[in-house]
Design a protein around this ligand. Structure first.
Ligand code: BES
Ligand code: MN
Ligand code: MN
Length: 467
């Protein structure tokens, strides 16, 4: 691509900004909540919306790939597209996800989660930044390059967009294992992470893995009157509280035997680079977390604790009586949803085995425990010493006028590990979210300036890879 046609593509983006936002709003209106079965139809509608646009901009072989199998029922479709006519040029695999998290608690949203609204330079909606807005940047960058190139792209492109990232991404993992050849590429581009700070272009070079589990505790055969049976019948909630209290100590150190065995220390160079990042712990506590103090393992900085150390959290304990008022019942069963974030070189299988046998070993009297794995994903640190990373930092320097910082992310995108390990495809994680974009929380937003800068960065990245 000539410098002129890069300018033409960037010009196209600038002229069409308003339309791009309107299209994104239409996508954001579809409540594609992958974890709720009653939204399966909406999830499919979102997939079709994305597929229709990919067709419209000139991508080829656009199709939905079904992921529902006997082993994985109720799977949501993948959207695939390609354009492979740039002979001799590299192939880029563009990845994103069109599914979103549930919007609750609803009463904390200033505008409705599926009625996108622009306020002070942001677009507010569930999925605005995670990941519909960021995935749309890819689609719009491709559209701009197609328009400026007379229907041609500077590189070969494959697009894969999944609809179950937020529930573990099993469908895409199976597709990668079984049909990896259909995703063959030189590099994968993922825009589903954050910038370290406003105005600071960022590449994410590592993600934590995870195991998401449920512990079910069963006591009596059926719910019992707590006056008649209290003192004799075991209580599954108290049992789960006992178990959970033994998973971590007061400092936040995980007590599962051997859990830290394979934790790899970040390199000295990484630790040094993290120390140089503009990070104010007190500001973070006050504005991002909003608690009276921070917690976690002593001797590790916040960035180390959230990027390079494993953690354990409890998400909810369904069961029993949670209505208004009082009900005197000893529930027959109770559930705890417990997840652990993993870091290199931990494996989900080993972490789960250690966790399960520890939980079983501390099972309170009178209780039967069942420990189940819901989903898991590998931790990953990607390579940074390659031409793709240099193309990415070069593209972002043009757009932001400043050097890129390298960070890790505490979150998980399970398929990135599979891109690296199964497909041997290096991955560039170029994300444009902000720390206060409220992903997974009420009032999720995407800063529109970053939406535009993201599109331009991707245009320049793809163009420079084809140069
Ligand atoms: N986009 C996030 C992951 C993320 C967020 C990475 C911020 C880096 C920085 C992704 O959509 C996500 O939320 N993933 C889930 C995955 C899980 C359900 C397997 C997560 O991290 O909880
Ligand atoms: Mn995401
Ligand atoms: Mn998410």
């Amino acid at each position: 691509m000539t410098a002129n046609s890069v300018d033409a593509a960037v010009g196209f983006v600038r002229e069409n900004r308003a339309r791009f936002v309107e299209e994104l709003k239409a996508l954001l209106r579809i409540p594609s909540i992958s974890t709720l079965p009653e939204h399966a139809g909406d999830v499919r509608r979102a997939a079709e919306f994305v597929a229709a646009e990919l067709r419209c901009i000139g991508m080829e072989n656009v199709r939905l790939v079904e992921t529902s199998t006997a082993k994985h029922p109720g799977g949501h479709p993948l959207v695939y597209a390609d354009w492979l006519h740039a002979a001799g040029k590299p192939t880029v695999l563009c990845y994103g996800h069109y599914d979103v998290q549930p919007p609750d608690p609803l009463d904390e949203w200033k505008s409705l989660p599926f009625e996108p609204e622009e306020r002070d330079g942001n677009i507010y909606a569930r999925g605005a930044v995670d990941d519909k807005g960021q995935m749309w940047m890819h689609v719009k960058a491709l559209e701009a390059l197609m328009a400026a190139g007379g229907g041609k792209l500077p590189v070969n492109v494959r697009v894969i967009v999944e609809g179950e990232e937020e529930v573990g991404g099993e469908g895409i993992a199976a597709f990668v294992r079984e049909h990896g050849d259909q995703l063959k590429a030189d590099v994968a581009l993922v825009s589903d992470t954050e910038m370290f700070a406003p105005e600071l272009p960022t590449l994410c070079v590592g993600l934590r893995g995870m195991i998401y589990t449920e512990i079910e505790a069963r006591g009596a055969r059926t719910d019992l009157h707590s006056g008649m049976y209290g003192g004799a019948a075991p209580n599954p909630f108290v049992a789960l509280a006992e178990v959970i209290a033994k998973l971590k100590d007061a400092d936040g150190t995980i007590l599962i035997p051997g859990f830290y065995d394979n934790v790899k220390k970040p390199t000295d160079a990484e630790l040094k680079a993290w120390k140089a990042l503009p990070f104010d712990e007190e500001h973070y506590r006050e504005t991002e977390v909003g608690s009276v103090s921070l917690t976690g393992e002593p001797g590790y900085s916040v960035l180390e604790r959230t990027w390079a150390r494993p953690t354990l959290d409890v998400h909810g304990m369904p069961g029993g009586f949670t209505g208004a008022g009082a009900k005197t019942v000893i529930p027959a069963r109770a559930l705890a949803k417990v997840s652990m974030r993993l870091v290199p070189d931990m494996t989900p299988a080993e972490a789960f085995a250690k966790y399960k046998s520890y939980v079983e070993s501390i099972c309170p009297k009178g209780i039967v425990l069942e420990v189940r794995l819901i989903h898991s994903g590998d931790p990953i640190v990607v390579s940074t010493d390659n031409a793709y990373v240099r193309a990415a930092t070069g593209a972002m320097r043009e757009v932001f006028g400043t050097e890129t910082v390298f960070v890790r992310g505490g979150g998980s995108i399970p398929i990135v590990g599979d891109f690296e390990r199964e497909l041997k495809t290096p991955t560039v994680m170029m994300g444009f979210g902000l720390p206060d974009d409220n992903l997974h929380a009420p009032n999720e937003k995407f800063h529109l300036a970053n939406f535009y800068r993201g599109i331009e960065s991707i245009v320049r990245f793809l163009a420079s890879m084809g140069a």
